[in-house]
Design a protein around this ligand. Structure first.
Ligand SMILES: Nc1ncnc2c1ncn2[C@@H]1O[C@H](COP(=O)(O)OP(=O)(O)OP(=O)(O)O)[C@@H](O)[C@H]1O
Ligand SMILES: [Mg+2]
Length: 272
């Protein structure tokens, strides 16, 4: 092991992929945002997607989550070839995405934001109505499981810290049965303490068997929880390394476009 982590890591990287992306290309007119990227995520692992600004990270995960259609390449979900026509399709399959700009309404309560129109109901026919008590209790419990004790489910989301808001979005995805959770830069706007809370949340989610795709351009954040690391550079992947097989400085170099993983492998005698 070349680095330490506060988190215990299992052998999830040997499991079968939940989602596998093969040779994905994405062109926007003349702009080639992705030039053939392969990537997969397995149950119970955190696979980090690293890269500098404009590398193609967001484009890639938008392709994974049904926002964009790939120009070329194939997507497999649980071994089956898949074409997601919309984010809803991907979500129904179990791919949940927490985007950089969280879709939340600050003045509404945590509980309303948690359910966003998917509240449990009670009664039937004309007597059917929202079961607010259950929605509230489930919200408090889901947040508690992620290590956050809410003052109350009625607390407005806008009064939570940035890290807590990220946790609401993560807890919500897990509650609704996500098999794959994609997090686009969840720690980029956070301070030290909130960052470590969000990283601990990622660790919890991973241990529940969810496959996490963690996008970051912070190597330290990625190394703290990641099981595997893939670096994107100008729409191309520079390879994937397992935890313990690569150092922070090497990842940093690759992000900057310095060395390809293959070259690095040569120079290190095939240890990657
Ligand atoms: N809808 C679009 N139309 C045209 N070009 C786009 C579109 N979306 C992304 N691009 C281009 O594709 C490239 C990759 O962008 P992307 O947002 O995927 O990068 P990123 O790695 O997420 O960067 P950041 O770290 O800044 O979030 C950029 O050159 C960007 O301008
Ligand atoms: Mg981005």
């Amino acid at each position: 092991m070349t680095q330490d982590s506060a988190f215990h890591h299992g052998d999830a990287t040997d499991a079968k992929p939940i989602v596998e992306m093969r040779d994905i290309e994405k062109h926007f007119g003349n702009i080639i945002a992705l030039a053939g990227v392969s990537f997969d995520v397995r149950a119970g692992e955190c696979h980090c997607l690293l890269g500098d600004n404009g590398a193609g990270k967001s484009t890639f995960i938008k392709t994974m989550s049904g926002v964009h259609k790939p120009t070329r390449g194939e997507i497999y979900f649980e071994g089956r070839h898949m074409n997601f026509d919309s984010p809803r399709d991907a979500m129904e399959a179990g791919i949940a995405t927490v985007f950089q700009d969280l879709a939340m309404i600050p003045l509404m309560s945590v509980s309303r934001n948690f359910f966003m129109g998917r509240e449990p109901t009670k009664g039937v026919g004309p007597f059917k109505r929202l079961d607010i008590a259950k929605a509230n209790a489930d919200t408090v419990e889901a947040m508690r499981q992620m290590g956050i004790n809410l003052r109350g489910p009625d607390q407005a989301v806008g009064t939570l810290s940035g890290g807590e808001r990220q946790t609401v979005a993560i807890a919500r995805a897990v509650y609704f049965g996500a098999k794959v959770l994609i997090l686009d830069e969840p720690t980029s706007a956070l301070g030290v303490r909130q960052t470590s809370n969000v990283l601990a949340t990622i660790d919890r989610v991973r241990k529940q068997g969810v496959g996490v795709v963690f996008i970051s351009h912070n190597v330290r954040h990625a190394l703290a929880v990641g099981d595997r690391f893939t670096v994107l550079n100008r729409g191309r992947t520079l390879g994937t390394a397992k935890r313990g097989e690569i150092r922070a400085e090497e990842l940093q170099d690759m992000m900057a476009g310095g060395q390809e993983l293959a070259q690095l492998e040569g120079s290190l005698g095939g240890t990657i």
